[in-house]
Design a protein around this ligand. Structure first.
Ligand code: ADP
Length: 354
């Protein structure tokens, strides 16, 4: 496979990942404390940049999380976008593109973002309850041990489970196999007001299926455009799509698999099939490259996340999801009843109304 250097700028003006970087991990990459002059920081709590939500004014805009934002030198969406010439095989999976903070700072920001995420999700849910059809779909792709499960637990787990629908896609069942490959995807899409999470997705049908020749090549070749159109229709139906590819280095993958073999509490996560997939890494890199080259659309762009540092991958995904929700500019749905009338009716039921 050609080892091109990734270009710094894409045609759309987005920055691509830094290429391999020759193993020059920064302190932040290694999870060490950054030694740099520190600005005063509001720890933990989300600070606001849009005017404080004062008192219990519940209709104030959601405060944008500023705690730790200065540690992003490039906004996450730009830092993690797929630029022209980007080569997944050249990615330094230990890098933390755009982020200069330490692991501890990333964890503090993740906690602060959790508050915003939770508030935004509740607004989205409320909107859905009022008939709104907007939704957000997080598509998680990555090889075994890339950390998809950890994202679900540590990022998606920060919000009210009622508002989330999580679907994982494994080897198709006989019923799924009897349908078009998008059938099981279509029926798993999040309803209005929900955050949907796909742990693996329609992309398996151009990844494992391509690598293992599970369908005729010409059929697979037609799927990229089909998926683009499927996603375009979904976006037109007001579902925002956040597509994330988590990339773990072969060495870190080895370490994580080894841990599964060393710890009886992790045996259940291990399967011999994981070793077979691992042995095909170059073919998977090529299949992922085709996915990025052909399905990185303006309506559903890909974000590639170096995932050797779990703390970085979790922060990065949280930032992307929060940003997708911010873009919806969510407010609380107005009452569809007369509030004064309802209050009077309630008070009438009470001996000592307030
Ligand atoms: P995970 O490894 O994500 O924890 P599983 O152990 O259920 O979950 O593995 C899912 C497996 O299903 C993966 O090896 C994946 O490649 C495979 N798979 C997913 N979709 C398809 C598909 N459309 N065709 C064939 N295999 C698939």
């Amino acid at each position: 496979m050609a080892k091109n250097k990734a270009s710094k700028k894409s045609g759309t003006g987005k920055k691509s990942h830094e290429p391999g970087a020759g193993g020059k991990a920064t302190k932040a990459d290694r999870g060490e404390k950054a030694k740099k002059p520190k600005k005063s920081k509001k720890s933990g709590k989300a600070a606001t940049s849009r005017g404080a939500a004062t008192g219990d004014d519940s209709l104030a805009p959601v405060p944008v999380t500023t705690a730790g934002s200065e540690d992003w030198t490039t906004p996450p969406r730009e830092a993690l976008a797929v630029g022209d010439g980007f080569r997944i095989a050249d990615l330094d999976a230990a890098a933390t593109p755009g982020w200069t903070g330490s692991r501890a700072e990333a964890e503090a920001r993740l906690a602060a973002l959790g508050e915003e995420l939770s508030e935004l999700q509740e607004r989205l849910f409320a909107e859905g309850r009022s008939g709104g059809r907007r939704a957000v779909l997080l598509v998680l792709q990555g090889l075994d041990t890339a950390g998809k499960g950890g994202i679900v637990r540590h990022v998606v787990g920060m919000v009210d489970p009622q508002g989330v629908s999580i679907r994982s896609f494994g080897v198709p069942t006989p019923e799924e196999r009897s349908h078009h490959y998008l059938w099981r995807i279509d029926r798993s899409l999040p309803a209005g007001g929900r955050i949907g999470v796909f742990d693996r997705s329609q992309y398996e049908d151009v990844l494992v299926v391509r690598v293992d020749s599970l369908a005729p090549l010409e059929e697979i070749e037609g799927r990229y455009e089909e998926i683009n159109e499927f996603e375009r229709a979904l976006v037109e139906r007001e579902t925002s799509i956040v597509k994330v590819a988590l990339v773990v280095s072969p060495h870190e993958q080895y370490r994580r698999l080894r841990e599964r073999l060393e710890r009886p509490d992790k045996y259940w996560k291990f399967s011999l099939g994981d070793l077979a997939v691992r042995a095909k890494r170059p073919a998977y890199d090529e299949a992922y490259q085709l996915v990025l080259d052909r399905t990185n659309t303006s309506w559903a762009p890909w974000y590639v996340i170096p995932a050797d540092n779990k703390w970085f991958a979790r922060l990065a995904v949280a930032e992307l999801v929060v940003q997708a929700l911010r873009d919806l500019d969510l407010s609380w749905p107005p009452a569809d009843f007369d509030v004064a009338e309802a209050t009077a009716a309630l008070d009438a039921q009470q001996d000592e109304p307030v």
